[in-house]
Design a protein around this ligand. Sequence first.
Ligand SMILES: C[S@@+](CC[C@H](N)C(=O)[O-])C[C@H]1O[C@@H](n2cnc3c(N)ncnc32)[C@H](O)[C@@H]1O
Length: 276
Amino acid sequence: MPRAAREEVERFLQRRPPLYRAARAARLWAGRHLLRPRVIAGVPGRVHPNDVVMAWGKPHMVSAYLHAGRQARALVSDALASTGRAPADVAACLDFGCGYGRVLRHMVQELDPTRVWVSDVDRAAVSFCVSEFGVRPFSASEDDLETFELIYAISVLTHLAADDGRRVLDLFARRLRPGGAVMFTTHGRASLARIDSYGAWCGPQADAIQREVGGAGFSYRPYPHHKSDAYGLAWHDPSYVEAEMAGIAGVSMQLVEHWAGALEDHQDVFVFRRTT
Ligand SMILES: C[S@@+](CC[C@H](N)C(=O)[O-])C[C@H]1O[C@@H](n2cnc3c(N)ncnc32)[C@H](O)[C@@H]1O
């Protein structure tokens, strides 16, 4: 089906949330049970059919997928360097919210996979990353005592409501070894300037979202077509991020870098170092 027609089908479904949810569930089921991971020329490792950040797998999506993955890897390396460490210093690294490995497939070219753990609420994504890239699963439960010199979370906080985001930041701080660094992305000011690009449902709310970020420093809207209200789009003012990190009890987190709009020109990158 031509790209324009596919996008029209997507828009048609997004305007009908129950239908969209049913179609999406069927597509994800097919991805788990019927379809197989594919080799795509130029992409390291196979690509899972449920890798939603790859969308339709068309040439323009493949280059966007590769560009984002490579850029994120470079930013993780820069983040590590900004804290005075090199990849060789990292005995344990966590890719939090790994998805189906858009970034991980590049990171394992830099870090030995046996030193990389992955975590995601999507267990099939974790299983795929473990079997495809030779990394280790991290459960984030109290039973898993692993701690890390480096944690990165690409495009994860960007989708979480305030309480979930707070829990995730708390986990980062507690699972870092003293001196360790976390790098994560948020939707910041660059993203606020292009709210329309996140979907037709988002545009009419742009003014309200901008007011909320300008006021409380944070705004969240669940995806209307998602199965739960716990997944959507979040925007953060940098001051909100700094206040959240400063509010984590018993752990001291120092802001090392804030690169506005550094990932794909719309996500901010934050680097924090655990000092105690
Ligand atoms: C937009 S995807 C990004 C995936 C990957 N980091 C990348 O850049 O391609 C967001 C991922 O975060 C995961 N996620 C959402 N909430 C999470 C949570 N509380 N803990 C772990 N993963 C989460 C989702 O399942 C999804 O795989």
